[in-house]
Design a protein around this ligand. Structure first.
Ligand code: ASP
Length: 362
């Protein structure tokens, strides 16, 4: 099935069963079946993929090169698509924030609505890439592919991975099998869904993993191989951000032996609307922190229990009585993604049951 055929079917909810069947058996070369050459729009935000080695001070600086330089550095990209692009920011993603998320989401929605764009590739620093991917996954409605990509080694370093990662990201974006899979992340030959991907190494090239679900596919010699069908839930919440210019204040408190209650108290006093606990084990809490969070919940702050453990689920009412304290359990979401979802849910609901439903449906 062609890229456009697939897109038409995704837009038509009554044809979803048929799509699933065809998708299961499909074998498609990159770009094959697209009417004319695919048109990919690159949104560049900075990061190591646009970073360069420097001779003084820190070893390298993230977010230095513009998007044209990134495209020019990989001649093989020209064989895959026609490109347009823009520099949305040029930062290390440690400086990513909500106003930039909203700007990106508005722009992605606008671009994908145009017949002149078949997919969007976003170059991004790896530090907070997973959070941006999660935010876009929850705010972009169009089924056209959106692929985030970064690099661990900057331009000029031996074995710089940016060029091949970018080529892989475009390979994914032009492939018809990428339509309707939600926001995707490509790093080091692996393809991930936004919901599960997380940075697991601050230095190794295979820096990303999806600890609960594994990668969605692999990139080998310029081809993408989808390993399993997407687990996108038909009930997946999608948030309309068209009228939003800021998000509610939600912060994260970290759990550890003998944890202090000071952060929770400070956040409540500061008027924080939601708190995500990065608890121990199954989102467990030191008894004093539990009491502080129960008090916060009683005062109308929405409390989500997540875990500092990289894999596994944070489930309701296991060792903590969520029903009694009005807490929400984060399920498979890590604390930083639970925060993203909570910020979005709080724009339209604040009852713990409603918030829990959004977490259960994602
Ligand atoms: N600090 C960089 C960033 O997130 C690291 C990277 O891109 O890998 O922008």
């Amino acid at each position: 099935m062609t890229f456009f055929g697939k897109l038409k079917k995704m837009m038509n909810p009554f044809s979803s069963t048929q799509v699933a069947k065809e998708e299961d058996t499909e074998k498609v070369e990159p770009g094959e079946g697209v009417r004319g050459r695919p048109k990919i729009h690159v949104l560049a935000t900075g990061g190591t993929i646009a970073g360069r080695l420097v001779s003084t001070g820190p070893r390298y600086r993230a977010g230095v090169l513009g998007f044209e330089a990134l495209l020019d550095a990989v001649p093989a990209l020209r064989g895959l698509a026609d490109y347009s692009g823009e520099q949305v920011a040029n930062i290390g993603s440690q400086d990513m924030d909500e106003s930039l998320w909203l700007k990106l989401a508005h722009r992605v929605n606008e671009l994908l609505a145009s017949p002149d764009v078949d997919g969007v590739v976003i170059t991004h620093g790896t530090d907070t890439l997973e959070e941006t991917a999660c935010f876009l996954d929850l705010t972009v409605r169009n089924p056209k592919p959106v692929v985030l990509v970064g690099a661990i080694r900057p331009v000029g370093a031996l074995g710089a991975d940016g060029p091949v990662n970018l080529l892989d990201a475009v390979t994914v974006a032009v492939n018809p099998s990428s339509v309707g899979r939600g926001v995707l992340v490509v790093m080091h030959g692996s393809l991930f869904e936004a919901r599960d991907v997380t940075k697991v190494s601050s230095s190794a090239l295979p820096a990303f993993a999806a600890p609960n679900s594994g990668p969605l596919g692999q990139l080998i010699d310029g081809r993408v191989y989808y390993g399993h069908r997407t687990g996108l839930s038909p009930k997946r919440p999608v948030f309309d951000i068209s009228n939003l210019d800021k998000l509610p204040q939600v912060d994260i408190v970290y759990g550890y032996a003998g944890a202090s209650t000071l952060p929770v108290k400070a956040l409540v006093d500061a008027g924080c609307r939601g708190i995500v606990s990065a608890g121990v084990g199954n989102g467990n809490l030191h008894r004093d922190v539990l009491a502080a969070l129960a008090n916060a919940s009683g005062r109308g702050v929405v409390v989500v229990r997540a875990s500092r453990i990289p894999s596994g689920l944070t489930l309701r009412n296991v060792e903590v009585d969520d029903n009694r304290f009005g807490f929400v359990a984060a399920g498979a979401l890590n604390p930083q993604k639970a925060r993203v979802l909570l910020q979005l849910v709080l724009t339209r609901a604040r009852k713990p049951e409603e918030v829990q439903k959004a977490f259960d449906n994602y």
